[in-house]
Design a binder for this molecule. Structure first.
Ligand code: AMP
Length: 181
């Protein structure tokens, strides 16, 4: 089974995904984390993608799709995709991967947080791509490239919008009520 967690930068995807994997044993796959690790360990992929991470722009679809394809198998695991797919092309790639591995796309969760709150949160987080100019860029990329896939999942009746405001536990319990539905 596959669940996707989406949302703008700073919406709390990573925090919620870590909790879900710790408490429910879901298999957390974060393309952002995988790319940051690749960069830290200096792999060819890391070198190839560092400039995108620094600029806050999207890494080419084929590279991130390959990262996910390598990690999804036929196992009866509940995969939790954090930050993937981010474009329509990636959403199509995921369909192909899921079909090939016999995995069902069960839920798409969107964490919704107003821009003003996002900017305030990211100022506190202090990651190198959280610089204010880069954050604006990442937000506009989110609106242009990622938001269109929301309609795609809405049509298929698997999308749930989640209010991302409030404490980590409050948001977590909203997610749980949807996953157990
Ligand atoms: P995140 O940790 O999800 O905020 O991702 C950090 C950065 O990694 C993004 O700003 C992109 O440069 C890159 N990245 C992560 N996931 C993807 C994806 N699905 N497609 C393209 N680029 C991605």
């Amino acid at each position: 089974m596959i669940t996707i967690i989406l949302g703008p930068p700073g919406a709390g995807k990573g925090t919620q995904a870590s909790l879900l994997s710790r408490r429910l044993g879901m298999h957390h796959l974060s393309t952002g984390e995988l790319l940051r690790e690749a960069r830290k360990s200096g792999t060819p992929l890391g070198k190839q993608t560092a400039s995108y991470l620094d600029a806050g722009t999207l890494v080419p679809d084929s590279l991130v799709s390959a990262l996910i394809a390598e990690r999804i198998s036929k196992e009866s695991t509940h995969y939790l995709l954090d930050g993937f797919p981010r474009t329509e092309r990636q959403a199509q790639e995921l369909e192909t991967i899921a079909l090939k591995e016999g995995q069902r796309l069960a839920h798409v969760l969107i964490l919704e947080v107003p821009d003003i709150e996002i900017i305030a949160r990211l100022k506190k987080r202090g990651r190198t791509d959280d610089d204010v100019v880069i954050v604006e860029k990442r937000l506009s990329i989110y609106r242009e490239q990622t938001q269109p896939i929301i309609a795609y999942y809405l049509e298929r009746n698997i999308l749930s919008k989640i209010n991302g405001l409030g404490s980590v536990e409050e948001v977590y319990s909203r997610i749980i009520s949807i996953l157990s539905y």
